[in-house]
Design a protein around this ligand. Structure first.
Ligand SMILES: [Zn+2]
Length: 281
């Protein structure tokens, strides 16, 4: 099987005017998390390659036409652009995820959108605004299947809670990667030791009578792993109502038997790697 090249971008730069939540958080900070989650997961598939055509540091707003040109020049198989939405820029009760293709999309573009759509809805857990069509530059001028994901509204009082949850965004990125990989019939590089993303970021709210032991039995995870996943809760903040991570995305992305993969795929390390890599600017 020849390699499949995924071209991605995380929307606008940090400095791009507008593109902020009413509290001043830049859209890029949300987009970047789902893009990192996507990339980290997709890197685990055989024959999959990824190039980010935006600036990984978020400092430079690479013109959209430059992104498209680079994608075409590289001969990408598919283009996925990660964004988050805004309505009027003031807090409101609107919200939801949506997915865009260009108007009159090719069959292959539509098929890609349909593969991603259910996972997007499920992973964000927000209102389903469906698959829509509009001729935005990055998805209009592509000679490859191209979709643009809007993962919830930055100015929605409901959606913002999901957007501020980095683990949730990274998990969404990983699950989108799984859906895309499946769509292109890719298989994971590693064997069954690799944990499935389906269990990523499951949480448990502590109720009266819970013990670490009973929770570990219930979810079939070791007490040690619970401790690793919840350094801020265990042992000092274990109380009724506290949220425990059963799985966490950064930890789930590793092969648990390989200590090197912990180092290379930990949350902080991914971020640093990204900043150091100027190759794709
Ligand atoms: Zn955007």
């Amino acid at each position: 099987m020849s390699d499949i090249l995924f071209i991605i971008d995380a929307g606008h730069a940090i400095s791009t005017p507008g593109k902020r939540s009413p509290d001043g958080e830049s859209e890029w900070t949300f987009n970047n998390e789902i893009a990192i989650g996507f990339e980290a997961r997709m890197m685990q598939y055989k024959n999959a390659e990824i190039t980010r055509v935006d600036d990984r540091t978020g400092l430079v707003d690479v013109p959209l036409i430059e992104r498209v040109k680079k994608a075409v020049k590289l001969g990408g198989t598919a283009y996925i652009s990660f964004h988050h939405n805004a309505y009027l820029g003031v807090w409101g009760s609107h919200g939801g995820t949506e997915l865009f293709t260009k108007e009159n999309p090719s069959n292959s573009t539509l098929a890609l959108a349909k593969a991603i759509h259910p996972v997007l809805v499920e992973s964000y857990g927000l209102r389903d605004r469906g698959i829509k069509h509009t001729n935005w530059q990055v998805i209009n001028h592509n000679y490859m299947p191209a979709v643009l994901i809007e993962g919830g509204f930055m100015d929605s009082t409901t959606d913002i809670h999901v957007l501020r949850n980095k683990d949730k965004l990274r998990t969404a990125g990983a699950l989108v990667a799984d859906a895309v990989a499946k769509h292109y019939s890719l298989v994971l590089t590693t064997n069954s030791e690799l944990q499935t993303t389906k269990t990523m970021n499951r949480t448990h709210k502590i109720v009266s009578g819970d013990t670490l032991w009973s929770i570990s039995k219930k979810y079939n995870v070791s007490v040690k792993k619970l401790e690793m996943n919840n350094p801020k809760v265990i042992p000092h903040n274990l109380q009724i109502g506290a949220l425990l991570y059963i799985e966490r995305v950064a930890l789930s992305l590793m092969n648990p038997n390989d200590s090197n993969s912990i180092k290379s795929l930990g949350t902080i390390e991914i971020h640093n790697l990204s900043i150091a890599d100027t190759e794709s600017r």
